[in-house]
Design a protein around this ligand. Sequence first.
Ligand code: TNX
Length: 536
Amino acid sequence: MPFKKIAVCIVFISFLFNCQNTETPNIKPQITPIPSEQTINKGHFVLDNSTGIKYTDDFKISAEFLKSYIENESPIKLQDNNSISFIKDESIENPEGYLLEILPKSIVIKAKTDQGAFYAVQSLRQLLPAEFENKTLSETKALIPCATIKDKPQFEHRGMHLDVSRHMFSVEFIKKYIDALAMLKMNTFHWHLTDDQGWRIEIKKYPKLQEVAAYRNETLIGHYSDQPQQFDGKTYGGFYTQEEVKEVVAYAKSRFVTVIPEIELPGHAQAAIAAYPDLGCTEKQIDVATTWGVFEDIFCPKEETFTFLESVLDEVATLFPSTYIHIGGDEAPKTRWKNCEYCQKLIKNKGLKNEHELQSYFIARIEKYLNSKGKQIIGWDEILEGGLAPNATVMSWRGIEGAVEAAKQHHNVIMTPTSHCYFDYYQSENDNEPLAIGGFLPLEKVYGFNPIPEELNDDEVQYILGAQGNIWTEYINTESQLEYMAFPRMLAMSEVVWSKPENKNYSDFVKRVENFHKRLDALDINYANHLYEIEG
Ligand code: TNX
């Protein structure tokens, strides 16, 4: 071939190569929760063996997360250069906000904090092929579409709750759950550690909590407290040791997730009373509950009970760096207090009107104790009933009335109404849904939740800290069933708490959920993959 022709060919081939290099790859941005602003530009960044990550100590957690995500989960080996850089930008107001710029030759992550950068990394992660989640990428190369993403959360409390009393889940599984929260830019894990059917946290001062309160005679799924059952000879239970608790807290911290422990009082305390009968008003020996429901044996407001609870909370406060400790406060029948001489005297001596005010006295006393240790309390909305403790945050679950009342009283509020946030409810009307506690909460309803009650004025709105999904586990006894109940509803909740309402669109979300299936598959997370379509 003559030289001229060869040269033309080379120019043409290199033109083709360049073209390919500037074309947008066939990857649509699929980030969930949807970012505040995202523009997809022409071209792509090639992540391969020539890529490097540059960062200062300000971004240690987020940058190292990205580094190990790439190096541990794919065959790509990173170099020492700054093609991906982390830059501190004080002008980004929201500490959880970030700017992610993907250019053909570089990726720039700007944030004010490591946490903000961590969320940029989670967005970047979702732009990478799902094969990164389970080490199945065969090439040493991945294309990332060029984009500019400017993002920040709508709410500061973005959470998921998990009940480990009714059924217990392994430490390994709890970490997997926390991983999922972090991937979806959620920042709070509400760990429901105690209830009538089992006390699940080691308290060194009270060994019977481990020996007695942590175990129950086998409960058969589906049995409510008005349906007595026969003990079939087996026991069920367990507890997290303090070492395990520390491990979970540290793991969560490395993903910017705060763990809020819940120690239920004065109700849902039958397991503790079974271990130490003096904590109850009758002082009679009772068993750890073996059916579901609401039980009459609750903590008796005696001095010995306060000594017990304060010692328990001392250990809890040391284990959890979170400012908040959830103290329950829900579903505490007053039958025992009505029939207890000591309680009635206390009501009289303290000038209280009734047992509801006695519960408020109980909670305010616990609050004062925890405040003195630098902690704040959260309680379920029943804590409003006899008057709110002065600094309490209300978790509104029985609808939104509690939220409205608390915000009007200038108390902080976390939204978790059963109508939109209870992932233990059925998610479809299919006959083959696994047995659930009842209720009906399809994906679209979760997605449509607005955490701001209409009844609040501009000033009161600031008390709504955010929202969370709750997973009670009476009817959930395996990890895969728990995941089935959690996904994809957790994706919807992440968008409720993170994304701007004007960016939300259910049919677009459903497409992103369907695209997310392969990531969930790769992460070995079970999910419900049906009936997402919009009705009507
Ligand atoms: C009510 S929500 C409860 C829990 C149950 C749940 C079942 C709340 C504060 N209390 O004890 O597990 O309903 O959905």
